[in-house]
Design a protein around this ligand. Structure first.
Ligand SMILES: CC(C)(COP(=O)(O)OP(=O)(O)OC[C@H]1O[C@@H](n2cnc3c(N)ncnc32)[C@H](O)[C@@H]1OP(=O)(O)O)[C@@H](O)C(=O)NCCC(=O)NCCS
Length: 326
């Protein structure tokens, strides 16, 4: 069976910035609380006319330029998002058209903060099956459109952004090693957007009740995220006969600095083995992992041949991790 590797990586964040000081003017909060409880200092926010597909296209173009290929070379486009431009057509269709990726097929993958990890696992298997040679995985979310900026428990956490990776065939010993994915739908009520679907279509009432915004039980999500990030990284490494000492870098979903540090500590990872950039972007949902990977590469913390783990826990609950030889 052929392998699969990541051959290009690019990201896009909108220029607008929302700082903790800005949030102090919007809700009862303060910079010290936000930094201590989450690690976040600022987030990027898209301008009103910018939607998820616009950011996705920017990240995708970055990947194509880096790899030096035309969009017509792409076999498939997977857009991981919970904030599509609209329910249908899918954002993947919008991106395919804007890129001019004739001949590619694609779809949206809805797994919230685990979206990008699921997208990577899916793309790697398409390539390893020998049926696809170039699969573009994009994580893009415009969280500012579904966040209630009167709710201090959620509005401090999220930001907007996009990131993309290209997955292509690899020689033996490079690229994708393995994965571990789970869903636990019993946790669905702890993090959700109640209205706007077939269960609760948009009405004047649902809008008045602010049901088209993210609702979260932060403490439940926090506890679950720490436990599952630890357990799945531990189990994935063990499955491949590896330990935390073998890992060059854990690139976790960036939801809360304390979640990441607690999980890393349980795994026995040193600080230099864990990538954190949440202070600059907040939680960009499906975009955090490519953004963190890009920053790790630019900071010289990830080199060819390094063992890297991507791991995420998200609404659903969704849980995913995968292991790569960079
Ligand atoms: C949301 C989160 C930061 C809250 O932090 P916490 O330490 O759990 O805080 P609590 O909810 O226990 O609240 C502690 C106090 O701070 C208050 N508080 C909550 N948000 C606040 C804010 N933005 N500013 C100031 N105070 C705040 C609470 O009202 C509470 O006050 P009280 O004790 O008087 O009732 C944290 O629970 C979290 O990060 N959860 C996971 C969220 C997540 O990762 N979601 C995405 C998953 S992909």
């Amino acid at each position: 069976m052929p392998g699969a590797k990541i051959t290009a990586l690019a990201c896009y964040v909108p220029p607008g910035v929302l700082t903790n000081e800005d949030l102090e003017k919007m809700v009862e909060t303060n910079d010290q609380w936000i930094v201590e409880r989450t690690g976040i200092r600022k987030r990027h926010i898209a301008a009103p006319e910018v939607a998820t597909s616009d950011m996705a296209v920017e990240a995708a173009r970055g990947v194509l330029t880096q790899r030096g290929i035309p969009a017509t070379d792409l076999d498939a486009i997977i857009v991981c998002t919970v904030t599509p431009d609209m329910l249908f057509p899918s954002t993947a269709c919008l991106v395919q058209d804007r890129l001019g990726a004739r001949g590619a097929w694609g779809f949206d993958l809805v797994a919230a903060c685990s979206g990008f990890v699921y997208g990577l696992t899916t793309a790697a298997h398409f390539v390893m099956a020998g049926t696809h040679r170039k699969v573009l995985v994009i994580g893009a979310d415009t969280m500012s459109r579904v966040i209630d900026y009167t709710d201090r428990g959620t509005c401090i956490l999220f930001g907007d952004g996009a990131g993309a990776m290209l997955i292509e065939p690899a020689a033996e010993g490079e690229g994708f090693i393995g994965f571990l994915n789970e869903v636990d739908g019993s946790g669905g009520d702890y993090l959700k957007m109640p209205a706007g679907g077939s269960r609760m279509p948009a009405t004047a009432e649902t809008v008045a009740q602010r049901l088209h915004y993210v609702k979260q039980d932060g403490q439940q999500v926090f506890k679950y995220a720490v436990r599952k990030t630890f357990e799945m990284c531990r189990d994935l490494l063990a499955r491949h006969g590896l330990t935390a000492q073998d890992v060059k870098l854990l690139i976790p979903h960036q939801a809360n600095r304390r979640i990441i540090m607690a999980a890393a500590e349980r795994l026995g990872l040193r600080c230099d083995q864990v990538m954190i950039n949440i202070e600059r972007y907040g939680n960009t949902t499906a975009a955090t992992i490519p953004l963190a990977a890009r920053d790790a590469v630019e900071a010289g913390r990830l080199h060819k041949g390094d063992l890297v783990v991507f791991a995420a826990v998200g609404a659903g609950f969704t849980v995913g991790a995968n292991l790569w030889r960079w």
